[in-house]
Write a protein that binds this ligand. Structure first.
Ligand SMILES: Nc1ncnc2c1ncn2[C@@H]1O[C@H](COP(=O)(O)OP(=O)(O)OP(=O)(O)O)[C@@H](O)[C@H]1O
Ligand SMILES: [Mg+2]
Length: 469
């Protein structure tokens, strides 16, 4: 049984929370009316989790969190707060609070939240299993990448997927927001029920509403047939509202009502129908700024943002680039039935420099194009079509390494297959660039002169006359 400490100055809240949590049979709850008292109790006894109100006379919830986190960094803290204090709640998460519960809340919501927060504290064992999983396949489920930033995301997904908490996924375009939504569904208890994705940008306002909530026959011109709304279609499963920022204020108000009451009223209907969905929303626009300018409802943001998952842009986790490139390369090479072994070293170097404003999706498109355009076993820099190819080699159907390191790397990528023509081109190009001065050619490629000469001999290259064009 998990021991929970509840700190709130209002007795009704304390008792309410205690009753709900203890009724689940999973928790043993103790209550305190002030932060001070709670901290004293914590000195005497171990607790698995602390729930605290934010606004209290005396020591504020924020102070409780800061103090707690400095003394017991592993004990998760969950806040209870009214929506007037969202900003503070978000601030508190920076100090290490696990999440917050918006007031008023439903009993199940409370239990789910606490379960999720307890998972956060569990730590070690989970981490080890995640590490193993990452080492096995270079990612988590459909995700590729083992960077710290992505590991944080995977951990979050694992923690919150089994709960019914609403999740808001943020991140630039192409960072994998939809992938997160699907992973949350796949790892939830709802995974055998529908996953329904709605792109809020793709429909005009009136259509979006009838799409989401449904309508009855004849409720408006064009409503020739009764239509089941997607909320109902997703019943029992997960509803993914993509690019929620483009929803009009009126639709936002209706959505808020659905979330609070867990029922929808189809357009033209008089009685609401109950729906049981887990909502995941995504956006690449800053909703907080939109609240400020009045185009997004604060109370809705508050409802949606219960568990935030923010995806890092690709440029801030370049360490994952190699894994992602291999993954997409394999995928498209197989799809197109081509024997592509890798990227030429200079092509890879160029990718490393690329800022990827379109993130993983952009990389996926670049590699796909590369696989389509590649004529040999390597994707050349020119196949990527990243920038204007000022330095493109004259004969751009073949990659020719400039240095011996590049030569080795290319042979490694090609897995030593048919390397003689490659070596020949490498040597001849180096000689051509240096007017057939062997000393300088060797120097430029980073080879010892005798080794360079041995290579020339092995390849039967002796004089310019055989090769010059
Ligand atoms: N970490 C990752 N590993 C493998 N594939 C990924 C990863 N992240 C994204 N992708 C792939 O990149 C593409 C874009 O991902 P997704 O559609 O989830 O992004 P998004 O954030 O929803 O983008 P947008 O804002 O443009 O809708 C998809 O094909 C997805 O499979
Ligand atoms: Mg998307």
């Amino acid at each position: 049984m998990k021991r929970i400490m509840v700190v709130d100055d209002e007795q009704v809240v304390r008792e309410g929370v205690k009753r709900v949590l203890e009724s689940s049979g999973e928790f043993l709850v103790e209550t305190c009316s002030s932060g001070q008292l709670a901290l004293e109790r914590l000195l005497d006894e171990d607790f698995d989790l602390v729930i605290t109100d934010l606004k209290m006379p005396g020591m504020s919830g924020m102070e409780v969190i800061q103090t707690l986190k400095s003394v017991y960094p592993d004990v998760p803290v969950v806040m209870i707060t009214g929506y007037a204090n969202v900003a503070t709640a978000v601030e508190a998460m920076k100090y290490g609070a696990a999440n917050y519960i918006p007031k008023p809340f439903k009993p199940q919501e409370l239990i789910d939240n606490i379960r999720a927060a307890l998972q956060t504290g569990r730590g070690r064992g989970e981490e080890a299993s995640l590490k193993r999983e990452l080492a096995d396949c270079g990612g988590f489920g459909m995700f590729i990448g083992t960077s710290q930033e992505m590991c944080k995301v995977y951990r979050r997904i694992k923690q919150v997927a089994p709960t019914d908490s609403t999740v808001l996924v943020t991140g630039e375009s192409g960072t994998g927001k939809e992938l997160v939504a699907r992973a949350l569904h796949a790892n939830s208890l709802r995974s055998d029920k529908p996953f329904v994705a709605v792109d809020c940008t793709s429909l005009v306002e009136s259509l979006l509403e009838s799409e989401l909530f449904g309508h009855v026959k004849g409720s408006f011109t064009g409503a020739v047939q009764t239509k089941t709304g997607l909320f109902k279609v997703a019943d029992g499963g997960t509803l993914f509202l993509d690019e929620i920022s483009s929803m009009s204020l009126t639709t936002q108000a209706k959505l808020l009502r659905v979330l609070q009451q867990r029922e929808v009223t189809p357009i033209g209907a008089t009685t609401p129908i109950p729906v049981d969905i887990r909502l995941v929303a995504a956006t690449n626009r800053p909703l907080r700024a939109m609240v400020q300018e009045g185009s997004f409802r604060e109370d809705l943001l508050f409802r949606l943002n219960i568990i935030p998952i923010d995806l890092p842009p690709l440029r801030s986790r370049k360490g994952d680039l190699g894994l992602l490139v291999s993954h997409f390369l394999e995928k498209f090479a197989e799809e197109l039935g081509k024997d592509i072994r890798g990227l030429a070293p200079d092509a890879m170097a160029e990718l490393e420099q690329h800022p990827f404003p379109g993130n993983v999706r952009e990389l996926e498109n670049i590699i796909q194009r590369g696989v389509v355009l590649a004529e040999g076993n390597l994707i050349l820099r020119s196949d990527l079509e990243l920038l204007e190819q000022e330095h493109a080699p004259a004969d751009d159907s073949q990659y020719i390494p400039h240095t011996v390191d590049e030569l080795k790397e290319t042979k490694r990528i090609l897995r030593d297959k048919a390397t003689e023509p490659l070596e020949k081109a490498f040597v001849i190009q180096a000689l051509e660039r240096n007017n057939w001065n062997i000393t300088r050619a060797a120097e430029e490629t980073g080879m010892q002169r005798p080794n360079f000469q041995t290579l020339m001999k092995k390849l039967n290259i002796s004089s310019r006359s055989n090769f010059s064009s």
